[in-house]
Design a protein around this ligand. Sequence first.
Ligand code: PLP
Length: 409
Amino acid sequence: MLRKTDLEIYRAIVAEQRKQRSVINLIASENYTSKAVLQAVGSVLTNKYAEGYPGHRCYGGCQYVDVVEALAVKRACQLFGAEHANVQPHAGSQANMAVYFAALKPGDRIMAMNLRAGGHLTHGREANFSGQLYRCCFYNVDRESELIDYEEVARIARRERPHLIICGASSYSRLIDFAAFSRIAREVGALLMADIAHISGLVVAGLHPSPVPWCEFVTSTTHKTLRGPRGGLVLCRQQYAQAIDSAVFPGLQGGPLLHVIAGKAVAFREAMKPEFIRYQRAVVANAARLSKEMAERGYRVVSGGTDNHLFLVDLRKSGLSGLEAERILESVGIVVNHNPIPYDPLPPAVTSGIRLGTAAVTTRGMTEADMVQIAEWIDVALKSRNHQRQLKELARKIRRFAHEFPVQA
Ligand code: PLP
């Protein structure tokens, strides 16, 4: 049908589908949803307006979408052990915004991990609304260990007296001690928010400690390790439920995307199954193996390894920037993103590092043995950067290999 009505869009979708099958995707924030999630997101629920919440909508005819949203909320609470969930945020950024709107006034102070140490734009970057509406201060990772230094976090918190402390990151490969953050927040009288956009799949599988007992607010995306549709989620204690719901609607969004909320509900149910725990174990094992194999080939892995689904590679010794490495790897069909390493001397658009993650390749069924092969190909590609023939030959091999692992469509 689409082919007949809009050939240009049809062709772009088919090309993207073909590309997704023929590359090795190591983007740490991406994944492939199940067919059931795709079906929910592509359903007629997209036709329905439903501003408000189940049972309290601004539109008639919401009886079926109410079922969908109520199930999504119930499953989210069950999955994370949370008192309250709001599943309406269109994305992770809106989930964070909802917490700030519920907990802060413009001009209040927030404290978060520096973007260049692994934090996220919405944690106070000046180019983002969070940096414009709030006064921000940041903690870093330790220069030597490249780990969060909780003593230093406490010192900054005592000095800056933030209203809200944010923990959670986009490119931090080690366990986060939410209990330690909670002690610091209590001491300085701050509220605590954990942004587990990256690690939420690991958290529900019990492979990373949960922030839920320690934080007033927990936010997440639903499309990374959690393997749902593109979207956001806020969990909070019951006492903040009303404030969070009002912050999302009418505070910052209009009609919820019920087709996406249905996809979230399906993904939450999938995440309750034993297969999901097995999948997350494989994600972590693959990341550990890939980082070890990179280290054995002479690459410095930031902090010396990983506890989760991702890690950073410092490329300074190889004389390549992160951006150059990203481009070389893309030319052979290995997709990664350039990423600052802690205290990176290069600007964010160039960087000295790349970020590698294993959530997507593990969904396709790749194992530790495949990680050995992938590390070898990354090494060969980066070393063959001036040898076009070798790169072309490698690209052919990688395409053949990738096609052995299916992608749901
Ligand atoms: N928070 C963290 C830690 C993230 O890594 C991301 C996205 O990468 C977000 C929030 C924002 O999510 P979205 O891109 O859905 O707005």
